[in-house]
Design a protein around this ligand. Structure first.
Ligand code: APR
Length: 253
């Protein structure tokens, strides 16, 4: 897609009128930064069984194994950069009176791209959480005991939501509220297989939002979307931001 693309009238109208915009992202938005997704070809879950790495039971069974796996993922983050998809979403934030980015990603690339109005549904691997007192701390270089311990003596774990665990209440409440009130909703780089995040675009659509899916491999959501952009987010989202800026004369309106 480029600045000369012919956008459907419905999209142009929705983007021009929109007061409340929500963007939901998944691992696909970080694929062009060099971080593999979870599912699909060469996805993380192809090589690693989530029951051995991403459940509280797995941590109970073998805390060092789980910790080291997250450390391996953490060590990649300084080597990657936000891509044009992340940057375009950060720009969209400034083009709507009300905007919320809801991410399932734990990589922190949206924040590095400049996004500020966001909620993290699945936590962030840049933080640690004590498995005993739940104190949160910034993750640092791995030294000494694996996993390291909190001052209270509890084992530290990454501050991410594992399968079978509840999502952070406040983040989820904001995501629901914004999705139900959205005029324009983008679902970007997510397979839509994990609940409750996968229900957000459905709730938005049911409440009258114009729904756009961005995914090179259309998901079941494409059926109910008003517009399905079957291409990488790093290409589609800059074109979306370009068109929205053009339609709104770069103003909040
Ligand atoms: N641009 C846009 N989408 C892409 C790109 C790209 N460049 N590359 C891949 N995709 C799409 C894939 O087609 C796939 O549909 O991104 C999606 C990634 O899906 P998943 O790997 O299932 O990731 P996600 O939807 O974020 O998973 C949800 O599951 O494993 C848990 O907690 C983990 O937050 C994660 C949750």
């Amino acid at each position: 897609m480029s600045g000369t693309t012919r956008w459907p009238d419905g999209f142009s109208e929705a983007a021009r009128r929109c007061r409340r915009c929500v963007v939901l992202t998944g691992a696909g938005i970080s694929a062009e930064s060099g971080l593999v997704t979870f599912r699909g070809m060469q996805g993380l879950w192809e090589d690693f069984n989530p029951l051995d790495y991403a459940t509280p039971e797995a941590f109970e069974r073998d805390p060092a194994k789980v910790w080291n796996w997250y450390q391996w993922r953490r060590d990649k983050l300084p080597l990657v950069e936000p891509n044009p998809g992340h940057l375009a979403i950060a720009e969209l934030e400034g083009l709507f009176p009300e905007f919320l980015l809801v991410t399932q990603n734990v990589d922190g690339l949206h924040q590095r791209a400049g996004s500020r109005r966001l909620v993290e549904l699945h936590g962030n691997i840049g933080r640690n959480k004590c498995s005993l007192c739940s104190a949160l701390t910034q993750a640092g270089p791995a030294t000494g005991e694996v996993p390291p311990r909190c001052g209270c003596g509890g084992l530290l774990r990454p501050d991410v939501v594992w399968f079978g665990e509840a999502l952070p209440q406040e983040a989820m409440a904001s995501a629901w509220e914004a999705s139900r009130a959205a005029d324009l909703f983008f679902s970007v780089g997510t397979s839509g297989l994990v609940q409750p995040a996968a229900s957000l675009p459905v709730a938005a659509k049911q409440n009258g939002a114009y729904l756009v899916e961005v995914n090179p491999e259309p998901t079941p959501l494409a059926q109910m979307s008003d517009l399905a952009l079957a291409e990488p987010a790093g290409q589609a989202m800059p074109a979306v931001a370009w068109e929205v800026r053009r339609l709104r004369n770069g103003k909040l309106l």
